[in-house]
Design a protein around this ligand. Structure first.
Ligand code: PMP
Length: 404
């Protein structure tokens, strides 16, 4: 499968192993092929009534159907194309909050949401809304008792992510939706990290709004979608020419949307086999990273986790140093969300599951993808104990008896 990546990004066949798929994924060559005509030769504006416009409108509608099918949305019109997960989250949260202000001004989200959920909620508190953050347990599951206590007749929206990209934990979405609907609020689910990896059924699971992103399923960047169940009161955040039923104005990202549609189609076809393959690799990697090393732990839940997520931590050393050592040996991993990697603060997700500052700092995140192989997993398993041993030898925090 190496050729798959090298073909895409034109790099040499040197020893480089990419295990940071939560931060970014290569575009599937089949997606690229589907997009190319819409970059090179098909360019009409989908809003134009002439044949050039109708041709691209039709291509967008095909893509919309594919994205809708992947999550079993009731109709294509439920899919609003956006520029990505951040915009979809902003549209869901601000769009529901403002539109339903007459019903209430209270929002709820979990404490381990992505910043693109937390920050819109925080922003809304400066505009007369109240936002409540629900704690999670040691595995990252939302505390349902707490959620029930916080839901009031003033609550209009609850935002909970489907699967957490940093610790892998998959939430009991159906249970949450029943609780939320019991109080007549809407449930928004950020499924950026999960959609395309695990089967999602918005109707069966009672999801009112769902965020999804193209690159997280090997589609191009710069395109995402918000699923909006029929009947949900949602207002626009972007005002302009009225595209996407007035909910997201702006000329459509034609090649991006076509690519997203193709990526969703491939994900639907390949998910059953690919997710099983990834789960096997995931579990082997977790075992191989933890078993030979004392004082090592898994972040998140052992089984209710995303198929590609391997989040571990080692006591007494810094995850950042582990990453540098891994990189020097050709392996790309992450210390957590790439979006907050610039700050030295430990991730709010790791703090949210109760890790102390120093425990959170010893974390390393591997997110697997299509091109990862058994051989690559074997290589990482082989080098990790050496890396940890060397760093522990240098760390003043390592207890003496551990090194004897
Ligand atoms: N939500 C989740 C769960 C994410 O993991 C991410 C990052 N991939 C985002 C939202 C934001 O995605 P983007 O930066 O592509 O808008």
């Amino acid at each position: 499968m190496w050729s798959w990546v090298s073909e895409c990004v034109g790099m040499s066949r040197t020893k480089r192993i990419y295990m940071d798929h939560a931060a970014g994924r290569p575009v599937d060559p089949r997606v690229l092929k589907a997009m190319l005509p819409y970059i090179k030769s098909v360019y009409g504006n989908p809003s134009s009534p002439h044949s050039f416009g109708q041709e691209t409108k039709q291509a967008i509608e095909v893509a919309r159907t594919k994205v809708a099918e992947l999550i079993n949305a009731e109709r294509e019109e439920s899919i609003i194309f956006t520029s990505g997960a951040t915009e979809s989250n902003n549209l869901a949260i601000k769009g529901v909050a403002y539109r339903n202000k007459d019903q209430g001004t209270h929002l709820i989200m979990s404490g381990v949401e992505h910043m693109s959920v937390l920050n819109p909620c925080k922003f809304l508190t400066t505009r007369g809304f109240k936002a409540t953050s629900i704690p999670v347990d040691q595995y990252g599951f939302v505390n349902l008792t707490n959620l029930e206590e916080e839901l009031t007749s003033e609550t209009t929206l609850v935002s909970i992510m489907y699967g957490n990209g940093e610790i892998g934990t998959i939430q009991p979405v159906k249970e949450i939706s029943q609780m939320v609907h019991g109080k007549n609020a809407y449930l928004h689910v950020d499924a950026t990290a999960a959609n395309g990896q695990v089967p999602i059924d918005v109707r069966e699971e009672g999801i009112d709004l769902l965020t999804t992103s193209s690159n997280d399923m090997y589609g191009p960047r710069g395109v995402g979608a918000l699923y909006v169940r029929k009947g949900v009161r949602l207002g626009p955040v972007t005002h302009g020419g009225g595209q996407e039923w007035g909910l997201r104005s702006g000329t459509e990202n034609l090649p991006g949307i076509v690519g997203f549609g193709k990526a969703a189609e491939i994900a639907a076809e390949e998910m059953p086999t690919e997710s099983k393959r990834l789960e096997k690799l995931r579990d082997r990697l977790i075992k191989g990273l933890l078993d030979p090393v004392p004082h090592s732990f898994l972040n998140g839940h052992p089984t209710k986790r995303l198929p590609n997520n391997v989040a571990v931590r080692y006591s007494f050393i810094e995850g950042e140093s582990i990453l540098l050592d891994l990189d020097a040996r050709g392996v790309a991993a992450s210390s957590g969300s790439a979006c907050t990697a610039k700050t030295l603060e430990p991730s709010h997700v790791l703090r949210g599951i109760g890790l102390k500052h120093e425990e959170a700092h010893g974390s390393v995140l591997f997110t697997l993808g299509k091109q990862n192989t058994e051989e690559e997993v074997s290589y990482v398993i082989r080098i990790m104990p050496e890396i940890v041993k060397r760093l522990r030898e240098m760390s003043p925090l390592t207890p003496k008896e551990l090194m004897e």
